[in-house]
Design a protein around this ligand. Sequence first.
Ligand SMILES: *[C@@H]1O[C@H](CO)[C@@H](O)[C@H](O)[C@H]1NC(C)=O
Ligand SMILES: *[C@@H]1O[C@H](CO)[C@@H](O)[C@H](O)[C@H]1NC(C)=O
Ligand SMILES: *[C@@H]1O[C@H](CO)[C@@H](O)[C@H](O)[C@H]1NC(C)=O
Ligand SMILES: *[C@@H]1O[C@H](CO)[C@@H](O)[C@H](O)[C@H]1NC(C)=O
Length: 401
Amino acid sequence: MPTPNRIPIQITPEKPQPLQRHHTARYYAHRVRESLATRVSKTICIGFLSILLVLGIVAFILWLSLRPHRPRFHIHEFSVPGLDQATGFENAQITFNVTARNSNQHIGINYYSMEAMVYYRDQQVGSIHLKDPFYQEPKTTTVLDATLSGATLTVSSRRWEEFLNDRGKGKIGFRLDIKSVVRFKVSTWDFHRHTMHATCDVVVGPNGYILPTSKDKRCLLGLLALCLWLSLRPRNPTITVVELSLPPGDNRTSVTDDGNNNGTLYYNLEIDNQNKDSNIYFDDILVTFYNGQDRAAVDRISAFTLGKGKTQRMAARDLSVDGRVWKALRNAILNATAEVKVGVVTGLRYKTWGIKSKHQGVHLQGTGKIGKDGKLIGKKKKIKLKHASKKWRVKASHIHN
Ligand SMILES: *[C@@H]1O[C@H](CO)[C@@H](O)[C@H](O)[C@H]1NC(C)=O
Ligand SMILES: *[C@@H]1O[C@H](CO)[C@@H](O)[C@H](O)[C@H]1NC(C)=O
Ligand SMILES: *[C@@H]1O[C@H](CO)[C@@H](O)[C@H](O)[C@H]1NC(C)=O
Ligand SMILES: *[C@@H]1O[C@H](CO)[C@@H](O)[C@H](O)[C@H]1NC(C)=O
């Protein structure tokens, strides 16, 4: 044994113990029992894993057999009669016949409302509401046919000339897009919704009827829930104050202005929905004008719906500006240093392909400089409202609640 006062190097290490040992019978009995226990636990483990594997295979087979197949679209007919007439666009018609096949054994498909769009050189020349929501049984085919004419068709004489020009070359290419939202259904179990987009390229001959090369052709199908959702995701409406006027009135009265005289504010609001596929349902819109931190005037526009791709300009509105604020604001206007802040608070929902989105809040703000004449300064004479900062939102909600 080493003692503290000895130098460690001098220690000769003990030789490793030989492995052979003298074991008792009790030790061997213990070893046997131990290996029995490991073998049992191993067997249980293997059994358990096997069951898992079998369950996995069963689930995989079930998934394979139940896996929803996307519907298949084929175009059978497509015609533009009257193509041989120079003035044919006046009563132009486009007729098509497409079939949608649900090839699934057990899975039905719920279609939400379905729309069809016809494109010529990537320009939309017509669109039509094809079907209200419907359910398609497994192993069935649905015929989707329609005739576009009049209001559903937007063919100008120029476009018709382009048709005729192509016709002279022997063929005219069109694209038929069918859009819907689908949901697969197994007995009572509904899957997620997917946005569906079938694209049928079609070529018609000089007689206006589909060429054999296009007939009964399968249409391309986009059924990418996420990607399409992203591309179809509604865009925020743009809200703009297009005319803002705070007439300062006569110079002379300003001298005696005691803060009891209210001012008047005229403005116009333009709301633009750029979404081709979504209507927007607006809540009441609260419009507040500020001079610095002071609230000058408040307006409330009643809830309304803005259609797809529409722009709405509210009728000109006039508001009373609080006398105390007006005094300061008017002085600033006459001094050409006035700046008016506009805050818009509302809420909205989008309705895309028959489906309403979640309700969402909208807080916008913008600032405009006012000239001596009480009108907006700047080239565009408008205030485009942008998303409000958080700080402002807190303030606005505080004011409006
Ligand atoms: C549309 O095409 C399908 C399949 O070819 C056919 O069964 C159906 O009768 C057609 N419908 C019309 C209106 O032409
Ligand atoms: C107001 O007063 C300014 C000078 O202080 C003058 O230039 C301007 O023409 C006046 N405007 C009106 C409408 O009287
Ligand atoms: C002035 O404005 C205030 C609030 O903006 C309003 O309550 C009041 O009735 C107005 N007075 C007149 C005379 O218009
Ligand atoms: C008028 O504008 C000048 C600067 O352009 C500023 O110094 C002055 O304080 C302003 N007066 C008022 C009453 O706003």
